[in-house]
Design a binder for this molecule. Structure first.
Ligand code: PMP
Length: 399
């Protein structure tokens, strides 16, 4: 597939010579997609069980998304942030409505890390600087967001990082309570940790975090960049707990593949950033906003919250008890697969050979975050392929 004569090999060489090596060599060179399927430049077809890492909520080339983006681009493609546009305002209202808050305020960005940067700056406007974050939490790679991200390998090359940040074990309400003080500006948590390997906290964790934040006058900031917009079968994962956060960050699935994120301040937190405090040339771009509105409309129109629950359940039940699977985790179509052995990279390679794109978040942990439009047949096909994929992974394992 990646021999010297294939198109893939050719692009891989050109990639290595022209793109910064921030992510290691690409395994696939993809040319087109439709629904939950993608094709590489050599014409090989794959079931995309990663969905651009929880981004392609509507799958690839969904007609509603294509139409919304083309129509908006043909109507008004960009204005400076001196001006407002209809899609931007409607999107902000829709997000606040879905969150169940009329009195919030939305700042639109182009990515998750920018949404987190806006959130970080917003927390500073409380007059406090201390932030409590969970170990294993991932919040982005720009300097501010990186300061809030725990993984040493990401942080160390760039230290010193800004901020006064305390990391606590995820899911442990007592450790959280011990770390938050009257000097704490915010508690920042993912409702389910995505990059850490789809780690679900105990059900009382978010309510406990809410109580601790309230006791100390700190903000509760939930980063739903990976879990939000239907991924877990709810519009937002925190709705499961009934907890009302002060700040919510979104991106990934929001634009269905179009770059857009949001930092949302609810209640009084919506008023913390004042004129002149923050800005972005592209944030709130009408085409990106129209894309996000098309995603929200289509999730509703096609019943994709329910579909996410059903397909997620199908994948989990299908994989539980199979060769090499210890257990599955997650909600809806954010699925973690804990393996019995450190075979995750080999499984990723074997799955690719068998025509499935999956992702490893650690040596023994896989993540599936497919489009919410994944069909029952495609989910079944992966479950049926598992024994073969796992078997090849075992054989292919290099000692
Ligand atoms: N927060 C969370 C919870 C994420 O999962 C990610 C991306 N994996 C980010 C923030 C950063 O988003 P982006 O890659 O769009 O900058």
């Amino acid at each position: 597939m990646s021999d010297a004569t294939s198109h893939t090999g050719d692009y891989q060489e050109r990639y290595a010579a022209s793109l910064m090596n921030t992510f290691g060599p690409p395994k696939l060179v993809l040319a087109r997609g439709e629904g939950a399927h993608v094709w590489d430049v050599d014409g090989r077809e794959y079931v995309d069980l990663l969905g651009g890492i929880a981004v392609n909520a509507l799958g690839h080339a969904h007609p509603a998304l294509v139409r919304a983006v083309s129509d908006q681009l043909a109507t008004l493609g960009h204005v400076s942030n001196f001006f407002a546009t209809e899609p931007q305002v409607t999107l902000a209202e829709r997000l606040l409505g879905l969150l169940g808050h009329g009195d919030g305020r939305v700042f639109l960005t182009n990515s998750g890390t920018e949404a987190v940067e806006a959130g970080f700056k917003l927390t500073r406007r409380t007059g406090r600087t201390h932030v409590v974050v969970a170990e294993g939490g991932f919040h982005g790679r720009t300097m501010g967001a990186l300061a809030l991200t725990s993984k040493a390998a990401y942080r160390e090359p760039f230290e010193p990082l800004p901020g006064e940040v305390t990391f606590v074990p995820y899911g442990d309400a007592e450790a959280l309570a011990a770390a938050v003080t009257d000097r704490t500006a915010a508690v920042l948590l993912e409702p389910i940790q995505g990059e850490a390997g789809v780690v679900v906290p105990p059900p009382d964790y978010l309510p406990a975090a809410r109580r601790v934040a309230d006791e100390h006058g700190a903000l509760l900031w939930l980063d739903e960049v990976q879990t939000g917009v239907g991924r877990t079968g709810l519009w937002f994962e925190h709705l499961r707990s009934g907890v009302r956060p002060d700040v919510v960050t979104l991106a990934k699935g929001l634009g269905g593949g179009f770059p857009i994120g949001a930092c949302i301040g609810l209640g009084a937190a919506g008023g913390l950033l004042q004129p002149g405090n923050h800005g972005s040339t592209f944030g709130g771009n009408p085409v990106a906003s129209a894309a996000a509105l098309a995603v929200l409309d289509t999730v509703e129109a096609e019943g994709l919250l329910d579909a996410a629950l059903k397909r997620g359940e199908q994948l989990r039940t299908g994989l539980e008890g199979q060769d090499g699977v210890d257990r599955t985790t997650g909600e809806g179509l954010l699925v973690g697969v804990q393996l019995l052995d450190d075979l995750a990279p080999e499984v990723v390679a074997a799955a690719q050979e068998a025509g499935f794109i999956v992702n490893a978040t650690g040596p023994s942990r896989l993540r599936l975050a497919p489009p919410l439009v994944l069909t029952e047949a495609d989910a079944d096909a992966f479950v049926a392929a598992w024994p073969g994929v796992h078997g090849s992974a075992r054989q292919g394992r290099t000692p």
